[in-house]
Design a binder for this molecule. Structure first.
Ligand SMILES: [Zn+2]
Length: 458
């Protein structure tokens, strides 16, 4: 028999902050938020600190580098206040595109994970569509596809004709198709051109993947979602114009959403010389004006979700002289919430409630986890983070829990510090150590109703 417990602090509930209140929880679920509690209840004192819903990072790669895996990535998540990850289907050795590999991955995460995990599936480039209903039945939270051929086996492009058919099936399954939007032929032509010219310093990466490549691909997806009345989500959107396109399609009634990532809010292409290959990310960092434009959209509520796109390559994958020979992506799950708090809330650009929408509520709702994740309300999982707004910290890769061992944010000063992470009522991070056990993390099958989830806040 488990007992009723409480945490005292400034509780961030969906529409307000309840200062000096008690969040009561039992059996891993939130019971209520109260002003006072009976004297016999065990109280965890977080007075003066914020108690936020655990973050839901809707873009994490655990197996694109086999040196990471569920254990390291989810320990890193716990250290950053992320209590649920949405895991990507592009593993180094296989695509997660059929029932066998999907259920194997569920079994693996149930053995290895420290935080809860939802799984995206993908489709094989040929003859893969019949798996969509089966994988949906198995709880897949969506289907990730790419319009860019990152790798013919590990991360292939899906042709538009196949994609249009896929949308019909994902519509029936009520799942979103979530997209890496870059037009393959534009990027490929540029890379060939620069390689021929011997132009291969860091900025060449950004120039080889112009905004046009991203916006044309995004438009294809938005138009398909609109015409076929199906759900679509754009991952890692890098500049304001694409969010304006998304807003336009929303105004037409399309069920479309888009995310940006921490790195596009912190860095611009001006940082490429300093960062070198550590700043090589797809799509690339954009102009300083675009970066500031994203903050404006965030404050106006015109960005749905912020993710980390955690891609924990070992440092060896980032040490090639020629920028084009390096892997793309950077580890980030552990700094998503701290950076968005520090750069967003502490600097007065976004409210605390907006922060929670961006990293908890909206990602949970978009990926079919909104029935138990993303907010602190009765009946929901008791996943929460204690954040001290007065403490400062400095990003140090050596203190982080990913196996990558490096961070593009190294040395960045942050206002606010995560002091505890609770998952289903249990402490899994105490400010220094991740003490959540591997295997405590659960698989969260996605549940979708018939709602159009872009309706109001999204
Ligand atoms: Zn990614």
């Amino acid at each position: 028999m488990s007992t009723l417990k409480a945490i005292k602090g400034n509780i961030v509930s969906p529409n307000q902050v309840c200062f000096d209140h008690f969040l009561l929880y039992k059996d891993g679920k939130v019971v209520s938020i109260e002003e006072t509690v009976a004297s016999d209840i065990e109280v965890f004192d977080a007075s003066g600190k914020y108690v936020l819903p655990g973050a839901v990072d809707a873009h994490v790669h655990c197996y694109s580098a086999l040196t990471e895996g569920f254990e390291a990535a989810t320990r890193s998540a716990a250290g950053g206040g992320v209590t649920t990850i949405v895991e990507m289907p592009y593993d180094a050795d296989k695509l997660i595109c059929n029932e066998k590999v999907f259920t194997d991955k569920i079994q693996l995460l149930e053995k290895e994970s420290v935080v809860d995990v939802a799984l995206l599936a993908t489709i094989a480039p040929e003859n893969g569509l019949d798996q969509i209903p089966i994988l949906s039945e198995a709880g897949a939270c969506g289907f990730k596809i790419s319009l860019f051929n990152t790798h013919p086996v590990r991360f292939p492009k899906i042709e538009e004709g196949v994609l249009a058919e896929a949308f019909q099936l994902t519509k029936a399954a009520r799942r979103p198709i979530s997209v890496h939007a870059e037009t393959d032929s534009i990027v490929r032509k540029n890379i060939e051109k620069y390689k021929d010219q011997g132009f291969n310093n860091p900025i060449a990466h950004c120039l080889s993947r112009p905004k046009l490549a991203e916006s044309t691909a995004a438009l294809t997806i938005l138009e398909m979602a609109f015409q076929l009345d199906a759900k679509a989500h754009l991952h890692h959107t890098t500049f304001p114009h694409v969010f304006e396109l998304v807003e336009h399609y929303k105004s037409l009634g399309a069920d479309v959403t888009a995310e940006t990532c921490t790195h596009y809010l912190v860095f611009s292409e001006e940082d490429m010389d300093r960062l070198g290959a550590l700043g090589k990310i797809n799509p690339p960092l954009r102009s300083e004006q675009d970066r500031l434009g994203l903050w404006e959209l965030l404050s106006e509520g015109e960005i749905d979700i912020v993710t980390s796109d955690h891609a924990p390559w070992p440092i060896e994958a980032k040490q090639h002289e020629n920028i084009f020979d390096n892997s793309s992506g950077a580890p980030g799950v552990e700094v998503l919430l701290p950076i968005l708090y520090s750069e967003g809330v502490a600097k007065g650009r976004i409210s605390l409630n907006r922060l929670v929408q961006l990293v908890s509520e909206n990602p949970a709702s978009r990926f079919g986890l909104g029935h138990r994740k993303g907010k602190l309300v009765p009946g929901y999982d008791a996943d929460f983070v204690v954040l001290d707004p007065k403490e400062e910290s400095v990003v140090r890769a050596e203190n982080m829990h990913s196996n990558a061992g490096w961070s593009p944010y190294e040395g960045m000063k942050l206002q606010g510090q995560i002091q505890y992470t609770f998952l289903r009522g249990q402490v899994i991070f105490d400010g220094e150590k991740v003490n959540g056990k591997k295997g405590y993390g659960e698989y969260i099958p996605a549940v979708f109703g018939g709602e159009n989830s872009n309706a109001t806040t999204m």
